[in-house]
Write a protein that binds this ligand. Sequence first.
Ligand SMILES: Nc1ncnc2c1ncn2[C@@H]1O[C@H](COP(=O)(O)OP(=O)(O)O)[C@@H](O)[C@H]1O
Ligand SMILES: [Mg+2]
Length: 273
Amino acid sequence: MFKNGFDTTRTISVTSGKGGVGKTSLVCNLAFELAAAGKKVLILDGDLGMANVDIFFNARSRLNISHVLENHCQLEDIIMEVAPNVHLIPGGSGVYGLSRLEPMQKHLLLDQVSRLNKNFDYMLVDTAPGIDDNVLYLNAAAQEIMVVVTPDPSSLTDAYALIKVLNQRYRENRFSIVANMVRDEQEARMVFKKLSDVAARFLCVGLDYRGFIPSDLNLRQSNRNQELVVRTTRSAPASVAIRGLAENLKGSERFTEMKGGLQFFWNQLSGVA
Ligand SMILES: Nc1ncnc2c1ncn2[C@@H]1O[C@H](COP(=O)(O)OP(=O)(O)O)[C@@H](O)[C@H]1O
Ligand SMILES: [Mg+2]
């Protein structure tokens, strides 16, 4: 299935136990920063109920995955370049369909994915929050599961619940954590410590601290204007932090992954692997 015998796209799902913690903001701004650093990025909008990645890029999609699955068009036709080197697969509620494909549909989809295969350095998957199986399988297919948490106690307990379910149901045992809407790095480290302490006590999982994004009105305002803070206000604290996250990701590229990349992701989704 691999075109060149290897699959080098890094796949990262961005997820959370609770909604409204900043997943979509992170996915979009991070994608933009990675692209600005010369990477080719694909975003899969996997939030079933609230697919809004296109809005963050001030783009509007007519087609989504469901049109591909219904054979109205090709995967290529629905992918939009929403910023230079940032490509979007509008998924939305069509992502539900991926978990129950007919054999013929699987074949069709995977064939189309394999043709995209070698082009992307990163695929970022924006997911719906929570522990619904319709969401979890997106995380289980990605190489890195990036859990976004905020200092809000319910965000922490919900993140813990999510990690627990992914561990018990899907045998996932590594998670990277991003603390969002924190005062500063110190608070981010505290949030991380709280989560990793309970995880270490009750679960057999490893959590890695990936970084933080401070609470920043610039980001909120940019979102409201359907803009990306990293584009409008490069010096904003949130922009600086997101650039740091992009650097951090690029810095860890050399580590070999346990799972395959883009092809593996889609194989998993459609139940082939
Ligand atoms: N670091 C931040 N500082 C200030 N506001 C933020 C920050 N991150 C997210 N927000 C705001 O929180 C709300 C939810 O963000 P969003 O990215 O849509 O979250 P999710 O995708 O997890 O539901 C939005 O209004 C967004 O502007
Ligand atoms: Mg969202």
